[in-house]
Design a protein around this ligand. Structure first.
Ligand SMILES: [Zn+2]
Ligand SMILES: [Zn+2]
Ligand SMILES: [Zn+2]
Length: 514
């Protein structure tokens, strides 16, 4: 058996701390144990989950049974296997909603006016960033030319802020550089405004969706069309930018509202390009006024940044899907001209974000106490955000912020969709469970497909009168390491299989064309 941990966490630190003698001894003990095959088949049934839920039950003959269920965590830093599955589900959901042709969404959905939109936060101060020119070449972080010090405390002739920090950076950063997203001067950076934006971002998004619906209704009325007949559907994914502030990616689509629950082409003369204009207008309009922190309590106006990107998605009109931070989202690229190609590209682009977590900023997905902030292994930028949250939490109405320290103040969902946009995650999981039940009953316990998604194995569950919760997670780090390395190998096998399949399809197409 090969054991390799590699970068199983991908988005975070190592999933198993250290490869100590103790862990090696645990692995050897497990591999030599009499029950290894049985245990390994249970681990395989749970899709090599890194943190499985263990249940035990006793059957009518008094025999004890154990089952492992997936943790279903979307974060790659918690469980590579479940996060892969989650991303795959999100891909299915979004692809079905854009290109259709599967999961009960008709292929005609690709003819609905739809728009891919990215909404970012406004600027809170200059940060180190990755820039690419229109031709794709790398550009300097902050060019000296045109970059002026504040009138406030700047020393004349020296381009430094009142804290003595340079107001320019002539480096060309790579997206992996740790400095990307860090302010040029932390004292100048408006941490309070950033934390307030993050905290209120879910409400700002909600207001944006209302503004889009109103904008569409108004545009329809102006065209003499009935706004009741057109429904606005959407799916949204939130990503934490490098400067540690959330931004939103979404697909917004127009549907026929009278289609009796089905997804059907709306009867409207509004096309994707006009919808993109309405979406941009809505994003620019949305604002939220909140009382600022004491002393002063002067009004703070929250709104999205000026980098509003809204691209028509309908196959014939699709152009380039440029991320709001072009350098940070390499791979967004130019979409192909087919509906399936557009769907594939956008679905892949969004699915990539849902498995990311705060782990890449050095935080765990668990609640955090304010006392721990000073001892955390995080950047000073993240530490300042955390201490800003603790200061703001003392203000009237902001006490709940402390419960969201570990998410850096973001309290919304990572993915949301309107009811009719596409299939639900629950329905996708049910289908998979049914598929596995149908396909595994002819196999022995050791022959289960490795890449499957056993929610809970039900084959021998019916004979057990009641299941009891035993524990969450593997018994020891050795077991966990074995599961994670198998999950990583299964993922590599899937990638290879996918590439080989794509190559085979291309070759077949070529031979038909020839
Ligand atoms: Zn898991
Ligand atoms: Zn820089
Ligand atoms: Zn400064």
């Amino acid at each position: 058996m090969t054991i390799g941990i590699g970068d199983a966490g991908s988005a975070g630190g190592p999933l198993v701390a250290g490869f100590s003698d103790v862990v090696v001894a645990q692995i050897v003990r497990r591999a030599c144990s009499a029950g290894f095959e049985r245990w390994w088949s249970r681990v395989a049934n749970a899709g090599y989950c890194a943190r499985p839920v263990q249940l035990t039950g006793v059957d009518v003959f008094g025999r004890e049974h154990h089952v492992l269920g997936r943790c279903k965590n979307r974060r790659a830093s918690v469980c590579p296997s479940c996060s892969d599955l989650y991303a795959a589900d999100i891909w299915q959901l979004i692809h079905a909603g854009i290109a259709g042709g599967h999961h009960d969404i008709p292929a005609t959905v690709s003819a609905h006016p739809s728009v891919f939109v990215t909404l970012t936060a406004p600027g809170f101060g200059a940060v180190h960033s990755v820039h690419t020119s229109a031709s794709g070449g790398a550009r300097r972080c902050h060019r000296e030319r045109g970059f002026r010090p504040d009138a406030g405390g700047a020393v004349a002739g020296v381009r430094r802020c009142c804290h003595g920090k340079s107001l320019w950076c002539t480096d060309i950063h790579a997206s992996v550089d740790a400095v990307v997203g860090e302010p040029l001067c932390r004292q100048c950076y408006d941490y309070t405004a950033q934390v307030l934006f993050t905290w209120h971002a879910p409400e700002l998004w909600r207001r944006f969706t209302i503004a889009v619906r109103r904008g569409v209704a108004k545009a329809l009325r102006m065209r003499g069309e009935d706004p009741i007949g057109v429904r606005v559907s959407f799916v949204k994914v939130v990503e934490m930018q490098r400067r540690v502030v959330p931004h939103f990616h979404a697909v917004i689509r127009l549907d026929d509202a009278d289609a009796d629950g089905a997804v059907a082409i709306p009867e409207t003369s509004l096309d994707a390009a006009q919808l993109a204009i309405l979406v941009r207008q809505a994003a620019a309009l949305v604002r939220m006024e909140i009382p600022g922190p004491a002393p002063g309590n002067s009004l703070v106006v929250l709104r999205f940044g000026s980098q509003i990107d809204a691209q028509p998605l309908t196959a014939a009109e699709s152009g380039s899907i440029a991320g709001a931070e072009s350098g940070a989202v390499a791979g967004a690229g130019v979409v192909s001209s087919t509906a399936a190609g557009v769907g594939r590209r956008v679905a892949g682009y969004l699915a990539k974000y849902v498995t990311k977590s705060v782990a890449e900023f050095g935080l765990t997905p668990h609640r955090l106490s304010p006392e721990a902030i000073d001892t955390l292994d995080v950047s000073e930028h993240v530490r300042t955000i955390l201490s800003t949250i603790t200061v703001l939490a003392q203000q009237r109405g902001y006490a709940p912020m402390l419960r969201w320290l570990h998410t850096l103040g973001y309290r919304g969902y990572v993915t949301t969709k309107s009811r009719r946009f596409s299939i639900t995650m629950g329905a996708l999981r049910d289908r998979r469970a049914r598929w596995r039940a149908d396909h595994t009953q002819h196999l022995g316990p050791d022959n289960d497909p490795v890449c499957g998604g056993a929610e809970v194995r039900v084959a021998d569950a019916s004979a057990v009168s009641g299941w009891e919760f035993r524990r969450v997670g593997h018994v020891c780090d050795g077991d966990r390491l074995l599961a994670i390395s198998a999950a990583v190998r299964a993922r590599e096998h899937r990638w290879v299989a996918r590439e080989e399949h794509a190559a085979q399809v291309a070759a077949e197409r070529y031979s038909i064309a020839a």
